[in-house]
Design a binder for this molecule. Sequence first.
Ligand code: TXA
Ligand code: MG
Length: 334
Amino acid sequence: METRILPVSDENVELAAGLLKKGEIVAIPTETVYGLAGNGLSPSSVKKIFDAKGRPNDNPLILHISKTEQLYEYAKEVPKLALKLAERFWAGSLTMIMPKKNTVPYETSGGLDTVAFRMPDNRFTLKLIDLCGFPLAAPSANLSGLPSPTCAEHVYSDMNGKIPLILDGGACSCGLESTVVAFTEKGVKILRPGGVTPEMLSEFCCVEIDSAVTEGLKADAAALSPGMKYKHYSPKAEVYMIECEDDRCFREYVNENSDDGTYVLTDDGAGMTAKTLFYGSTGEREAAELFSALRRADELGADRIYVKAPEKNGIGLAVYNRLIRAAAFKVIKL
Ligand code: TXA
Ligand code: MG
């Protein structure tokens, strides 16, 4: 199959809607990462998504909607808090899990009785959902296990020949996947941190952070979010996260422990003898550039990557969560 990349526009959104209505799958831009979209109500379209990604079929997909009222068509119960959070954070990078109605096939929810909802912050993608008249199931548009795509070229490198169309909306502004929350008695539990931070959510309710966000899943624990049990965000190179007090001790460590295949992700390569890949100067920039930097390291043939552990607050928590998974929990404490 030929895979076309077309700039996102009113005309090309109509073309994409035509393909989606025929049951095809299409890559779409969002503010977080690119999604691989199909009709979320059609088991055969959803199967195409799982096949193209090589995704285990018990890992549920997010339904992307364009209007909050659509929740009532697909969720059995819509918590009051969900409406408050939707009003504040939608369209945006917050995904909320609710009990599902039978209108949502089990193929979409990975066999679960719940389903996740998000309204992406991209006016063309919202228009696409309107034109389709059904919610779009869309996981990140990468091959399962690889870093999520933050530009159309990343999608092309993973999906070339597997899908008919990539809508190119440029680089994703957030660069990490959405914050995923489940509802608790008093508020929400964050299952995956993202651009909507714990601090932002705590203005509205009690916020718990699932231990798997920073520690990984204990061997015998059930995954609240099935995605957490799979290897994730991994480049081919071995990633090591370095926890240390200051830049000087980080620099000394990498200088003493680097060889030809070693790259360091940093915004300041001064005084470093290892090869550096620029990433981030603020938490927001780190989030936006992380997946690109990991893909770039693979292109350059890196066999080891060092990166300093970010602070676990604000968007830093999301960066930490992706990095520790990319590192397969290899943390060096200095
Ligand atoms: O920003 C995003 O969320 C992107 C864009 C394309 O919208 N999508 C995305 O989808 O990251 P995906 O499938 O790559 O990640 C969704 C995560 C997975 O870890 C999945 O296990 C979890 O959300 N999830 C989805 N539905 C769930 C449910 N009903 N219960 C628990 N976890 C769920
Ligand atoms: Mg994903």
